[in-house]
Design a protein around this ligand. Structure first.
Ligand SMILES: [Zn+2]
Ligand SMILES: [Zn+2]
Length: 157
């Protein structure tokens, strides 16, 4: 039971990590790694025209996130420490979710049919909120740095 809670908490905590990292690091001193993700998108404003466009420098962040999860899992398995294993799994599951939602569902870098249509209200709101992040009115207008949690008004139609 406690392990399930740890899994869910570490998954949820990663949304906070992703939000703060996106806001203060990626749009801060490591903007040079994140910039191509925004440029890439601007050249292909129409979602329909987007396709897998190779790798972005922005993908380096995935590697950086994977390192602590891998270390926790290795130490956890080596010492039979289930707390570490569940925390490491929570981080990994968030990483996979982020990739599925952000890179496949929203940006459609790889086109997988079932991911293209039939989204529920919550998923549609996630997409809208993230696309709003990609369409600022000016350089200071970036908003919605989170992914799974977003301002409530995106849920209204
Ligand atoms: Zn951004
Ligand atoms: Zn994006």
């Amino acid at each position: 039971m406690i392990n399930t809670v740890m899994l869910i908490v570490s998954f949820g905590f990663m949304e906070f990590v992703a939000w703060s990292n996106h806001k203060y690091v990626m749009h801060g001193f490591l903007w040079r790694w994140h910039k191509d993700h925004h440029l890439n998108d601007r050249q292909k404003m129409a979602l329909e025209d987007m396709q897998f466009s190779g790798f972005e420098k922005n993908d380096l962040f995935f590697l950086i996130y994977a390192i602590p999860a891998i270390i926790l899992l290795i130490i956890g398995f080596a010492n039979n420490n289930f707390h570490l294993i569940f925390i490491g799994s929570g981080i990994t599951m968030y990483g996979i979710t982020y990739f599925l939602v952000h890179d496949i569902l929203i940006h459609q870098r790889i086109k997988i049919k079932p991911f293209l249509n039939h989204h529920g209200k919550y998923v549609q709101a996630i997409i809208k909120a993230h696309l709003a992040h990609h369409r600022p009115r000016d350089v200071n207008d970036f908003r919605n740095f989170g992914l799974l949690i977003f301002p409530f008004h995106f849920l209204k139609f």
